[in-house]
Design a protein around this ligand. Structure first.
Ligand SMILES: Cc1ncc(COP(=O)(O)O)c(C=O)c1O
Length: 365
């Protein structure tokens, strides 16, 4: 037997995460200039890094010779103040992805299961499988979460339920009241991880106070990120709110210096850059309306989205994806999400949206 065969079979069975194609890779493959390529494949903020975060990063460079603050003191204080959550309830992560992994490490393992939906964010199956836990995948309803079916699917050995709201890659949304009613039904020995990576993009009338649920539901874990509206995807920083006892467990499995110094400084500054967040969400709203309208005019069915992307159904999705690549436009194919006839496009700047639409028209010809 060779070394690789010594790895647990559940690790060897994992299908690796497929990220959006990087601009540099497409440039190499197609001989295109990087500047001519637009990437609308990973739901990043098309405005890039907020000005306040940029200047904080510049300042923090001077201290890069030192380890970061392993307790993320400044960022946790800023988050505590902003959300009215005690500091001991806050755990920071190398992206919110890190928090999802920590929750899995703490609560899952062989002989345990996690419940999540069909078409869910790809990290939930990865985090579950890598712990040797069983996946209970609940069929989606209209591409979104079927909370009734999810509640019914919870088994005696279920220790984590993962829900993204809005969901990626479908953009679907569960109203706050329904989500809280669901959490209240879940047995207390099962953690409900609500992943709100896109929450800042919700229109005002759909917003809900999930932070306020912490005091009521001891098994509730809320995760958020600086990768989307805050424009810091490349630095990797996210955070989670939970009961102090749960935070204590996550901190035991957390790598000692999981969030780097530049990320800590940038995130703390970005949190205070409300102007940038408002500009980003406003641009997203206009862009989303424009994309949805134009896709429908092209005769394509779109899934109603509450996030910074829209998923649409198109004949020969793989071929269309490749035709877009040849024109220097990167979107996301969704075959890995059991949606082989769909593509997902991130809302870009107005110019990027128009370029995508023009390229799509050409690809559909
Ligand atoms: C639903 C959802 N959760 C979590 C993440 C992870 O983001 P990050 O690790 O950059 O915070 C993403 C990224 O695309 C996402 O779509």
């Amino acid at each position: 037997m060779d070394l690789c065969e010594q790895s647990p079979s559940y690790v060897r069975a994992i299908a690796p995460y497929q990220p959006g194609k990087p601009i540099s890779e497409l440039a190499r493959e197609m001989g295109l200039k990087e500047k001519k390529i637009i990437k609308l494949a990973s739901n990043e903020n098309p405005l890039g890094v907020s000005p306040k975060a940029k200047s904080a990063i510049k300042k923090a460079i001077a201290e890069l010779g030192r380890y970061p603050d392993g307790n993320a003191f400044d960022l946790r204080v800023a988050l505590a103040k902003r959300y009215g959550v005690p500091e001991e309830c806050i755990v920071v992560g190398n992206g919110s992805n890190d928090l999802l992994e920590m929750a899995a490490a703490v609560f899952l393992g062989p002989g345990r299961s996690a419940v999540y939906s069909q078409h869910c964010f790809a990290v939930y199956p990865l985090a579950t499988q890598s712990r040797g836990a069983r996946s209970i995948v609940v069929p989606a309803k209209n591409y979104g979460h079927d909370l009734e079916a999810m509640a019914a699917a919870i088994a005696p050995d279920t220790r984590v339920v993962f829900i993204a709201n809005p969901n990626n890659p479908t953009g679907t949304f569960v109203p706050g009241g329904e989500l809280e009613a669901f959490i209240a039904r879940v047995p207390r020995e099962t953690a409900v991880v609500v992943d709100e990576a896109y929450t800042e993009y919700l229109p005002r009338e759909l917003r809900y106070d999930s932070v306020g649920w912490l005091a009521k539901h001891p098994n509730f874990i809320l995760t958020r990120t600086f990768s989307k509206v805050y424009g810091l995807a490349g630095l990797r920083v996210g955070f989670g709110f939970m009961q102090p006892a749960v935070a204590d467990l996550l901190n035991r499995v957390r790598q000692p210096f999981n969030v780097n110094s530049l990320a800590l400084a940038a995130a703390t500054a970005a949190l205070g850059d409300r102007k940038f967040v408002a500009k980003s969400t406003q641009m997203n709203r206009t862009g989303l309306v424009r994309l949805v309208r134009a896709l429908r005019t092209l005769g394509l069915e779109t899934i109603p989205s509450c996030a910074n992307f829209v998923t649409f159904r198109v004949l020969h999705a793989k071929a269309v994806y490749e035709k877009l690549l040849r024109q220097g436009v990167i979107v996301r194919p969704l075959a890995g999400y059991e949606m082989p006839d769909h593509l997902r496009v991130t809302v870009g700047t107005p110019g990027e949206n128009e370029r995508f639409l023009k390229a799509l028209e050409t690809a559909l010809d």
